[in-house]
Design a protein around this ligand. Structure first.
Ligand SMILES: Cc1cc2nc3c(=O)[nH]c(=O)nc-3n(C[C@H](O)[C@H](O)[C@H](O)COP(=O)(O)OP(=O)(O)OC[C@H]3O[C@@H](n4cnc5c(N)ncnc54)[C@H](O)[C@@H]3O)c2cc1C
Length: 390
């Protein structure tokens, strides 16, 4: 069985790795830049199991388990497990509280913390003057440092025999009848029994060469890392939704924080050749992020942002991921909203199962690319991303 994977971000690499672990021999990853050069190395690497759909919750349970195993499987990578605190206010909490019966049924652990309990547990978090805040703590949540995880995953895939080729843009597909039989690169045809596209915001430019379009849209997102703090505070990962931001501990005693713009603009991806380094973000966001977060995390007053990473998120028409067979021999994975890094272990496993014709570990009918009819290409059923993070 030969498999061609287009895209060497975390989704494509995870698919390659999980296929190789299952003993598949003939796997090629074609990456137009270098591995991780899309959104994957720009990510904050945060994961929570507290999602909003049954398929999402079931999928994240597998990702959380696999991340712990990947700490042992990958050299130079450790999943960090401080837990993830998902924060809400009076307005946003009822929508989340309505999901607790789902978490109970699927045995997803959580603790509900009021403002005083949050401040007691993590003294660096100044919540005592905000009695309206509610914390939903996910004890299994955590994060990966993308600059550790991506090379570790690529190295292990290579060690298992995966042929990862960088600087190889795929420009189209080969078909025999209605079956996809390979991909076209500038160096020629690569034949494959199954092709997987893991091409994130480039997906529609590639699919249109075969006459397909999916309802996917891209928005700009940005995150920052501080200079190391003299004393690193004890912090969980915090999805600080009421503050329009999130943050987590980072390597070397620093803090990583992401900024959520109130009305993120859609980003028109111009072409298949588009390079994500072209995406820019206004300098004023640095000050806005600090202003938003300092009341909650006063230690930020003592430091400055040292680095900035800007990239693109992708949302499908109903804001659930797209993962499944689009046509015979062609499997598509993309639009993982702000949670593609979190999804990658389970996405890789599911893609491997689909490619090998095996039963999938969970039912993923609600992720099927075929759920959108052709008239739905530009139809989007949700517009707010603020309370649904990672
Ligand atoms: C600032 C920021 C913070 C984020 N934080 C988080 C977070 O904390 N947690 C989380 O879960 N998610 C987070 N995300 C989202 C996450 O980064 C993405 O969902 C995830 O990286 C998507 O992975 P991918 O492999 O699909 O995409 P990518 O990493 O973009 O990989 C796609 C690859 O395909 C290649 N490619 C495209 N077209 C072709 C072609 N025709 N031929 C060959 N190669 C091609 C590209 O070069 C690219 O390398 C964040 C994103 C950003 C921008």
């Amino acid at each position: 069985m030969s498999i061609a994977i287009v895209g060497g971000g975390v989704i494509g690499l995870s698919a390659a790795y999980h296929l190789a672990r299952k003993g598949t021999k003939d796997i090629i990853v074609l990456e137009k830049g270098s591995v991780g050069s899309g959104s994957s190395t720009r990510a904050a690497g945060i994961i929570t199991g507290h999602l909003w759909s049954e398929t999402g919750v079931r999928a994240r349970k597998i990702s959380l388990q696999r991340y712990r195993e990947l700490s042992d499987e990958l050299d130079g990578y450790t999943f960090q497990t401080p837990g993830t605190l998902n924060m809400f206010d009076e307005t946003s909490w009822p929508e989340r509280a309505a999901l607790l019966p789902l978490y109970d049924r699927l045995e997803v652990p959580y603790e509900i913390l009021d403002a005083a309990e949050i401040a007691n547990r993590w003294p660096a978090l100044m919540t005592k003057d905000r009695p309206d805040l509610v914390g939903l703590f996910d004890p299994l949540g955590g994060y990966s440092e993308p600059h550790r995880y991506v090379p570790a995953l690529a190295a292990k895939a290579r060690e298992l025999g995966v042929d990862i080729r960088e600087g190889q843009i795929v420009t189209g597909f080969e078909r025999s009848g209605n079956r996809f039989t390979g991909v076209l690169t500038k160096d020629g045809l690569v034949t494959a029994d199954v092709t997987i596209t893991a091409t994130h915001i480039w997906t529609n430019h590639l699919l249109q060469t075969a006459g397909y379009q999916l309802p996917m849209r891209a928005i700009v997102h940005q995150r920052y890392v501080t200079e190391p703090l003299p004393t690193a505070p004890d912090l969980p990962v915090v999805n600080a939704n009421p503050f329009g931001a999130y943050f987590r501990p980072a390597e070397g005693g620093a803090i990583l924080a992401g900024y959520e713009t109130p009305e993120p603009a859609l980003y028109p991806v111009p072409s298949l050749e588009f390079d994500m380094t072209a995406v820019e973000t206004p300098a004023v966001y640095r000050e806005r992020l600090k202003a938003n977060l300092e009341p909650l995390l006063p230690v930020l007053k003592n430091t400055t942002w040292a680095t900035e990473r800007v990239g693109l998120l992708s949302f499908s028409g109903d804001e659930e991921p797209i993962l499944g067979e689009l046509a015979p021999g062609l499997i598509v994975a993309g639009s993982f909203h702000s949670g593609g890094f979190a999804y990658n272990p389970v996405a890789g496993l599911l893609l491997a199962e689909l490619a090998l014709g095996q039963a999938t570990s969970i039912n993923i009918d609600t992720f099927a690319p075929t759920r959108f009819s052709s008239g739905d290409t530009n139809k989007h059923t949700r517009t707010s991303h603020v309370q649904r993070r990672h």
